[in-house]
Design a protein around this ligand. Structure first.
Ligand code: RFL
Ligand code: PHB
Length: 391
């Protein structure tokens, strides 16, 4: 088999890359370890930056997103028993975020791929990359027990944090930067209509809590918990008691309760590898970096990376020039590090660290007070939250 761009992974990065290339007449093949039902139902992110929404709409895959996505022009920070609204749209010249589940983005992109008659091979395993530093890299894989080989001009390594792409780059080429956090998030999806129209990020002495949603009928909630938390220790009544203890404000606001239909624990880390390219292999999305979910940036960073990569590949196929491709890593990393900083800062601001003392807690409260009372500080939060420009 032969194609122009071989793409490993059908997450948001791989699927969007394939679609952006298709719009420029560039052919690709996507290899995905899981099946279609699995990737279209995996519950993950839910917040799209304005920058990501614009990208999806311009690429022609934003119709359902525009119809069904919930546009949020503000966000709440809650501490000391009070909610404080940050008017993001007013502070950023009308920019906003849209709540639209990641697996809905996946469904829209898979559909676009099928309409374009592009190839996605599901259920592949034993994926290995070969000669990525040569002119004709190859991907070997197995599907339904049969081994095949895909020869390509370039490879998009879009296979997430645990994929094979990053591991295929020789160790001495990559430098990894990492920070682990001493806590995790316990997340639930509940059949309850959201009791706030906008997200609520809560700082509480019992730990961080986040109120979000997926639709007018589904509430999404998270609690800071121990990194090795066992879900068996968290029956629904304990989860709700803890949610109410952290969220309830002095004016009586709290999430509405309902049947819990999904539960999970997410660990928290910041991670970047540099560079994000080696020979003809380009890493994008979680394959190259991870952010703690507090800034809601993972999916958005993945989309920004592939926008830059698609532009570089388009320049190559149209003109034969490689200067944008050569600068891919450098271009992406400038934005990535700013987003890493923001995600780390939101995490540090809002979580309880076991190493903190009373001084640190007073400092966190003072910072929250500052952010919710200074227009300059609020503007900085708002412009990062709605998304920095692509470059
Ligand atoms: P993905 O989505 O992990 O996709 C990688 C794909 O590659 C496949 N794969 C392989 N395929 C072939 N061969 C192999 N050897 C393979 N190994 C893996 C996998 O099956 C998968 O289909 O990476 P991508 O495309 O880079 O996208 C990244 C995002 O998924 C991720 O950053 C976000 O979900 C992070 N995230 C959030 N991001 C946001 O922007 N906003 C949010 O509100 C937000 N909330 C979250 C999140 C992530 C969470 N979890 C569960 C980690 C909330 C949570 C709870
Ligand atoms: C979500 O709705 O899943 C969500 C929202 C905001 C975040 C993280 C996750 O910061």
């Amino acid at each position: 088999m032969r194609t122009q761009v071989g793409i490993i992974g059908a997450g948001p990065a791989g699927l969007l890359l394939a679609h952006l290339l298709h719009l420029e007449g560039i052919e690709s093949v996507i290899l995905e370890a899981r099946n279609r039902e699995y990737i279209e139902s995996r519950v993950r992110a839910g917040v799209l930056e304005q920058t990501t929404v614009d990208l999806l709409v311009q690429a022609g895959v934003g119709d359902r997103l525009k119809r069904e996505g919930l546009v949020h022009r503000g966000v709440y920070l809650s501490f000391d028993g009070r909610r404080h609204r940050i008017d993001m749209a007013e502070l950023t010249g009308g920019r906003s975020i849209t709540v639209y589940a990641q697996h809905e983005v996946i469904k829209d992109l898979v559909e676009a791929r099928l309409i374009a008659r592009g190839m996605i091979l599901f259920d592949v395993d034993e994926v290995t990359l070969h000669e990525v530093d040569q002119a004709r890299p190859r991907v070997r894989f197995r599907q339904h027990g049969q081994t095949s080989e895909l020869e390509c001009d370039f490879i998009g390594g879009c296979d997430g944090f645990h994929g094979v792409s990053r591991a295929s780059v020789p160790d001495h080429v990559l430098t990894a930067y990492e920070r682990r956090y001493p806590f995790a998030w316990l997340g639930i999806l509940a059949e309850a209509s959201p009791s706030s129209e906008e997200l609520v990020y809560t700082y509480h002495e019992r730990g961080f809590a986040l109120f979000s949603m997926r639709s007018p009928a589904l509430t999404r909630l998270y609690l800071q918990c121990e990194p090795d938390e066992d879900l068996a220790d968290w029956p629904d009544h304990r989860i709700w008691a803890e949610m109410l203890a952290r969220f309830t404000t002095r004016d009586g606001w709290a999430p509405r309760q309902g049947p819990v239909i999904q539960k999970g624990v997410t660990d928290m880390r910041s991670f970047v590898v540099e560079p994000m390219q080696y020979g003809r292999l380009y890493l994008a999305g979680d394959a190259a970096h991870i952010v703690p979910p507090t800034g809601a940036k993972g999916l958005n960073l993945a989309a920004a990376d592939v926008a830059v990569l698609a532009r570089g590949l388009t320049q190559f196929y149209k003109t034969g020039r490689r200067d944008w491709l050569d600068r891919y890593s450098e271009t992406c990393l400038r934005r990535i590090w700013k987003v890493q900083r923001f995600s780390w800062w939101m995490t540090s601001l809002l979580h309880r660290f076991s190493s903190d003392n009373d001084f640190d807690r007073r400092r966190q409260l003072a910072e929250l007070d500052y952010i919710t009372s200074s227009r300059a500080a609020m503007t900085s939060l708002a412009e990062n939250y709605v998304g920095l420009p692509l470059d």
